[in-house]
Design a protein around this ligand. Structure first.
Ligand code: ADP
Ligand code: MG
Length: 318
């Protein structure tokens, strides 16, 4: 088990990681989400042992990891870390790049490389020089390379940022299936929650260096504690309750996803349509209540300035 406890860290006197702690089990997939600058990459570098921490501890299977001040070469052997700005050897082939860390004495080397090429769907490029690949293809090679020695823990920083959606879905499915089958703990930093929702066992949300949520995807999605958290999943509406409930004159507001607001024929709250955005399976409708703009889903397009009634699946926001 990986155990982080009470970790605080700053590059300067300003703390950018503030008292973070969590546990993760072998074979888990943990997604760390947070806006840019919130501390995701810093946290991965602390776990891997590239940054020295004065406050807090990292344990792996009861053993305390000592960090860069106590190692000749920073970074733990049982872990692999793929930084955001990964680097490959441009003038050698895909196969050579992936095999770089596998000993040539290893009689399974060839088989292992083939297996990894398959996971990242790069088999047909095995003999291509890396400099001739696209950004997304390079990223897939980099992912295969960090898995080459079958680490126990894999830390990936924005691993799909250059990969187009068409490839991304298949890659995510294949990669996470593979990691589970090998019981590898994988921690992924991402600002794209579609990376996290379908696959993660836990989602950790970081804001300004603080861990503000640590939950299973379903729990986090259905009960987001703040607009910051909800906004990773969908367009989020924060609506003053008094605008949708005439009996309430408090200052409270509710958080609602677009699919929690529905058009109704009668007896709803008045709204005026502003724009309809085509989303493929539905339209996202932008409308205005008395003062507040709302977004909701509807199966057909609505005309600008059309008067409509809406009903709201109210749940309390904090
Ligand atoms: P994220 O990965 O979530 O975008 P980072 O961990 O890269 O966030 O950054 C967290 C904070 O630390 C930011 O305010 C960033 O400016 C700062 N920071 C990151 N790297 C350094 C560095 N090498 N020196 C000083 N400050 C840094
Ligand atoms: Mg980062």
């Amino acid at each position: 088990m990986l155990k982080l406890a009470n970790i605080s860290f700053g590059y300067t006197s300003k703390e950018v990681i503030k008292n973070i702690g969590f546990n993760a089990n072998k074979g888990d997939y943990i997604a760390i989400i947070g806006e840019s600058g919130s501390g995701k990459s810093t946290l991965l570098e602390i776990i891997y042992g590239l940054l020295h921490i004065e406050i807090g501890t990292v344990h792996w299977n009861e053993e305390k990891l000592l960090g860069p001040n106590f190692r000749l070469i920073p970074g733990e052997d049982f872990m692999k870390y793929l930084p955001q700005d990964f680097d490959l050897m441009p003038y050698t082939t895909v196969e050579e790049n992936i095999g770089k860390y596998i000993s040539s004495q290893d009689k399974n080397k060839g088989k292992r490389i083939k297996e990894l090429l398959k996971v990242v769907d790069m088999t047909e490029f095995s003999q291509t020089k890396v400099k001739n690949l696209s950004g997304g293809q390079k990223q897939r090679v980099a992912i295969a390379k960090v898995m080459a020695k079958e680490p126990e823990v894999l830390l990936l920083d924005e691993p799909f940022s250059h990969i187009d959606n068409f490839r991304k879905n298949k890659l995510r499915r294949d990669l996470f299936k593979y990691l589970k089958s090998k019981n590898i703990l994988c921690i992924v930093a991402t600002h794209d929650t579609t990376d996290a929702l379908s696959f993660a066992d836990k989602i950790l949300v970081i804001r300004n260096g603080k861990l503000i949520a640590n939950k299973a995807p379903e729990q986090l999605y259905t009960n987001p504690k703040s607009a910051y958290i909800a906004s990773f999943f969908d367009e989020i509406n924060k609506i003053p309750v008094r605008e949708i409930d005439s009996n309430d004159c408090s200052k409270k507001s509710v958080l609602l996803y677009p699919n929690q607001i529905k058009l109704t024929e009668t007896a709803g709250i008045n709204a005026t349509v502003i724009t309809s955005y085509f989303k493929g399976s539905h339209y996202l409708i932008e409308a205005i209540l008395d003062k507040t703009t709302v977004f909701f889903e509807h199966h057909i397009k609505l005309e600008t300035n059309q008067q409509i009634f809406l009903k709201f699946a109210i749940s309390e926001a904090k």
